[in-house]
Design a protein around this ligand. Sequence first.
Ligand code: CTP
Length: 417
Amino acid sequence: QTATYAQQQGWHLYLVGGGVRDLLLTDNHTTLNLQDIDLVVDGFHRATTPEAGVKLAEALQAIYPQSRLSIHGQFQTAALLWHKDPQLGSLWLDIATARTEFYPYPAANPEVESSSIRQDLYRRDFTINALAVRLTQPHQGELLDFFGGVEDVRSHFIRVLHPNSFIEDPTRIYRAVRFAVRLNFDIETQTREYIDYAVNSGVFERVSLEKNSIPALTTRLKAELTYILQAQYWQPALKLLQEVGALRCLHRNCQITPNLWWQIRCLDRWLKYYHADSYNPSVSSWLLRLEIILSSFPEGVIVANNLELPKESIQRLSHLSENNEKIKHYLPTCQNISEKVEFLANYQSITLLLIAVKNSKPIRRTIWNYLMHWSKVKSPLDGKDLQKLGYKPSKLYKEILNKVLALYLDGKIKNQR
Ligand code: CTP
């Protein structure tokens, strides 16, 4: 229906971007579940008006009233969202008018102008994402490959279309890493050199999140970072990000040392147990991965603020080093379990997880025991037992029960039940 409507208006309609790449990568035996479809409209006999994509999306929404339409005027794009189907998930359809982009300065948000499909494809990140399939007549189904994308899909290469690509949009470095790891492709040698050039020329210093950060870039960067940290392949992706120097966009001091690697992995192992435990609330693993990275350099809290991480994360990070010092200093002086439990109960369990992996084995073990065992131990007596024993209900109950719990934790009394 979309293609028919476009055809009636005298427009060409194309499937572009990741959808075409994934179609080429899918063998005949696998069903491709596209959840994010990118379409581009351009003029057939004459140039389209910039609103063509938006008009097409509005027409589609009238046909499918159950979809939700949102329009981004600045970029002449519209998106339609079909809500979650329990089996198929949700479907995003992005419709844009073919456009050329101008970057007023490196790493800025591009200014756009309507243009032909060829120019639209040329502004894209990698050859494998710069392919299009024509959905309208004539030549319906034709694959447009102006820049050698098909060959790169076949030979498993991530290759940019022009040398300035990473200077104009440094988040593409993150995307190169993401596609390389996810698709098991190599970053082509020259493209790798362009990355080195962009990193060494200080593109990240200019857009660094530490000061004068450019909001639009921060948003894109956060999206890419989140994507990577949430992905199943986050470990090799993080390694490659470190290798190409892309973590410097968070801060010039941000780097994953062997010790930080160890902490990140250890946290991950702990989180698996932690999540498997029905007592414990679920926390996002990707966010804690990011928190442990940000906690490894003093300016991490500023970066967390710039990235607009959730309030609790920023709070946690702001006090992490101080709390770590307190725990390191006080915990080893606690003589028995009840003392340790009383002290550690002052901290949120997530804070304790982050602190544990930063410390040596004895502290780690104590925190582990607290989180997984001691914090769940219940007093062998409760209020009803005290009443049965003849104590009148009073404020003292809490004190007595805490005392009983402490004795029980320290193995000085047994549970008689
Ligand atoms: N794109 C780009 N530069 C960026 C982001 C996106 O050129 N910084 C282009 C690419 O052509 C990409 C398309 O916009 O294919 C859609 O972007 P996105 O949905 O983020 O990527 P996909 O290629 O669809 O990848 P994925 O399968 O991960 O969604």
